[in-house]
Design a protein around this ligand. Structure first.
Ligand code: NDP
Length: 332
């Protein structure tokens, strides 16, 4: 059993977590970052990132996250890859129980944290249909996306499809009309869940067509061409058609990765962690939350990085005001 004691433990290594690590390590807090199942976060499953300031020519998502990682390590951040199975936030230092993987039986690492920054991110919900898997298996990242703000620009003058009937789908559809030649919203029922005002904008938009009672069954295309068409099933008529399109935006909701903290930290109905006022402080003193685990609204790499910075500054101030014994790593 390995036991680690740290002043600052950061759970999750996307833009929020690694920015928190850069700030905490430069403040000489020697943070420990725990990689999740997707080291580097959602950007590692995208291709070009063109809206992250400082990269005038754009940068590939995985390359951007390597830069974040290297920068965090340069100032003394330690990064480990364990699956955190359970946490105890009832007293400081907090305890995190780590296993080698999600399906491993045994706890192999116990981490004691004087303060904890949660940056576990959110995962886009996916349809689970053939063709949707990330490249190289499917067309995810090559015509299939869950982020119009990130990828809309690549679909200039092309026909695209948005799947979903909530506010995100409406917002993405409207945003995508700036680029696409046409936008088709595919929704599984005969009415939208979205707010009235957003629905009206979509229904009245000349570039947008809505296909009601329609489910996506498959996304077709090749590695070379990207998406070429999708198979649509009308659940009222039973008809199945092959519908030509070059882009598919899945907008059926996100799920914050916060189940670990259910019953311990305040969260909204969906599971987004609630922080106090302008700070990143949760309801447990010494525990901070940032990035997509805490922000249901902006969900951008740059905003996640911003809140990661804020969480580290909040943690640093908290540590100064509430010091515990010096942290050190002990191999047991
Ligand atoms: P929602 O949960 O509100 O909507 C998800 C949509 O996706 C629903 O229409 C749902 O269909 C559909 N859906 C879910 N699963 C599937 C599936 N497997 N196959 C096909 N369709 C599916 O998520 P949103 O991300 O849209 O919104 C989340 C929250 O954020 C909401 O509270 C929303 O109001 C808010 N928000 C607000 C914005 C704003 O105010 N500008 C912008 C974006 C989000 P069905 O309706 O049949 O269940």
């Amino acid at each position: 059993m390995k036991q680690i004691e740290k002043k600052v433990v950061i759970l999750g290594s996307g833009p929020a977590g690694l920015t928190a690590a850069i700030y905490a390590s430069r403040a000489q807090l020697e943070p420990l970052v725990i990689d999740g199942p997707q080291p580097g976060g959602q950007l590692t499953i995208t291709t070009d990132v063109e809206n992250y300031p400082g990269f005038a020519k754009g940068i590939m998502g995985p390359a951007l996250m390597s830069e974040f990682r290297e920068q965090a390590e340069r100032f003394g951040t330690e990064i480990i890859n364990v699956w955190i199975d359970r946490v105890d936030l009832s007293e400081r230092p907090f305890t995190l129980y780590g296993k080698e993987s999600a399906d491993a039986d045994e706890v192999t690492t116990i981490i004691k944290a004087e303060s904890l920054i949660i940056s576990t991110g959110a995962s886009a919900k996916w349809l689970g249909v053939p063709g949707e898997e990330p490249v190289p298996v499917g067309l995810g990242g090559n015509g299939v996306s869950a982020c119009a703000t990130c990828d809309g620009f690549f679909f200039r003058d092309r026909p695209i499809v948005v799947v979903g009937g909530g506010d995100t789908a409406m917002e993405e559809a409207i945003f995508l009309t700036k680029f696409a030649s046409s936008v088709t919203v595919v929704h599984r029922r005969d009415e939208f869940r979205a707010s009235k005002i957003m629905q009206e904008r979509v229904l009245n938009h000349e570039k947008i067509t809505v296909l009601w009672n329609t489910e996506v069954k498959e996304i077709k295309g090749t590695k070379e061409t990207g998406v070429e068409s999708i198979v649509l099933y009308n659940n009222q008529t039973g008809e199945t058609i092959d519908y030509p399109t070059q882009g598919v935006f899945i907008a059926i909701g996100h799920k914050p990765n916060t189940d670990l903290f259910r019953g311990m930290l305040d969260m909204d109905d969906v599971g987004y962690l609630i922080t106090e006022g302008r700070t990143m402080a949760t309801n447990v003193p010494g525990v901070f939350a940032c990035g997509d685990a805490q922000d249901s609204y902006y969900r951008q790499a740059i905003t996640a990085a911003g809140t990661g910075c804020m969480a580290a500054i909040d943690a640093e101030r908290f540590m100064a005001e509430h010091p515990l014994a010096k942290a050190e790593e002990i191999a047991v």
